[in-house]
Design a protein. Structure first.
Length: 377
């Protein structure tokens, strides 16, 4: 079997493709895999590092705000739509895939579109509760539309062939054990709060969590691990200004980056984070209570829709960034832990949403589509 993957722009599009490709490589070693991404995108680094062959096309998206600079960018995008399609067609003809898998992002548009024009079966995978523009367009002709969240189906055309598969989750995270992880981290019986705003850091989250850490330090009720990110090296100094001296607070573990995330998430009783699709799938796989703070700076506010899929099922608490303060965050934490079984209830409801066999489901869809195309060839 020869499988071509296309997706990129963000880790949320790249990691699911790598997880599926990794599963196919592990279970079907004879599978030939090619990943097509955007030239200059993070996939150009991540895909070869994962051991897969990589080819690139050059594509960009349209800028919605009118300005002279953006008019020039949009003119360039129009040119790239044509050239990227030509590049994609050549790559597809050279590789001769049996099936193509698109995981979203601008780059999947020309690649999957050209594959379908050439009569090659194509499936797409949507990670979010609110689908991206590229996947909504491709869904009209895709052989299957694989969904991570059932709520996404209502945003596609009625005749789109949707199937619920879930998001692939890193095996080291889904397999991590809570008690073992707490022992390794040297934690005591108090609840552990884990918070982070991404590898770069999110100022609004860091500022609110700073106040939360002060409360935690004073009350001594909780243990807390916080990752502040690359662009927030000012956070330790801010805590000092607020009177929190880390050397005197063994219950506070402040880090720039959380390198042992599977262990920390497994050990946690409550997670405070953004609402990216893969992060939420990881929370569900571990059955974690969470306070979600969706980023308002993403396409079509999709993190808000992701978060609401959990909130509607009493599997998480939502704080919109415009409302976020340290006091409100402390209040929500206290509400969750003061209610008997509050964190456990949220976590149990999150676990009900988990789809632990996502890779197997996706592989099954790929084979079904491939078998069907051979019968009708």
């Amino acid at each position: 079997m020869r499988v071509l993957f296309a997706g990129g722009g963000t880790a949320g599009h790249i990691n699911p493709a790598l997880a599926i490709a990794g599963y196919l490589r592990e279970t079907e070693p004879d599978t030939a895999i090619l990943y097509v991404g955007n030239a200059g995108g993070m996939e150009e680094r991540l895909v070869p590092a994962a051991g897969f062959e990589f080819r690139s096309v050059k594509i960009s998206g349209f800028q919605r705000k009118l300005s002279l600079k953006n008019i020039k960018r949009n003119a360039q995008t129009l040119v790239r739509i044509v050239t990227s399609s030509q590049q994609a067609k050549k790559i597809i003809r050279d590789f001769k895939p049996d099936i193509c898998v698109g995981t979203g992002g601008y780059v999947s548009g020309p690649v999957i579109r050209e594959a379908m024009k050439l009569g090659i079966p194509a499936v797409i995978h949507e990670q979010n509760a609110y689908p991206g523009v590229t996947n909504r367009m491709l869904a009209k002709k895709a052989s299957r539309v694989m969904l991570a969240v059932a709520d996404a189906q209502r945003h596609f055309d009625a005749d789109a062939r949707c199937v619920l598969t879930g998001n692939p989750v890193r095996q080291e995270l889904s397999r991590a054990d809570k008690e073992d992880s707490r022992h390794t981290l040297g934690l005591d019986a108090r609840p552990l709060i884990l918070s982070f705003g991404g590898s770069l850091g999110a100022r609004s989250i860091n500022e609110a969590v700073a106040d939360l850490l002060v409360h935690s330090a004073r009350s001594g009720k909780y243990q807390h691990i916080h990752g502040y990110g690359q662009y927030a090296k000012w956070m330790p100094e801010l805590l000092e200004e607020k009177g929190l001296h880390l050397s005197e607070c063994p219950n506070i573990d402040l880090r720039e980056y959380i390198h042992d995330m599977p262990q920390c998430m497994a050990a946690a009783d409550l997670v405070i984070c953004r609402a990216g699709a893969i992060t939420l799938s990881e929370l569900q796989s571990q059955g974690k209570a969470s306070i979600l703070i969706p980023s308002p700076n993403v396409a079509e506010n999709h993190q808000y829709h992701n978060a609401m899929a959990l909130v509607k099922r009493n599997a998480a608490v939502l704080i919109e960034e415009k409302d976020l303060t340290g006091e409100l965050l402390w209040q929500k934490v206290e509400e969750i832990f003061s209610r008997p079984g509050g964190a456990a209830e949220l976590g149990a409801n999150a676990a009900k949403m988990a789809i632990p066999d996502a890779c197997q489901r996706i592989a099954k869809v790929i084979h079904e589509v491939l078998d069907s195309s051979k019968k009708h060839a």
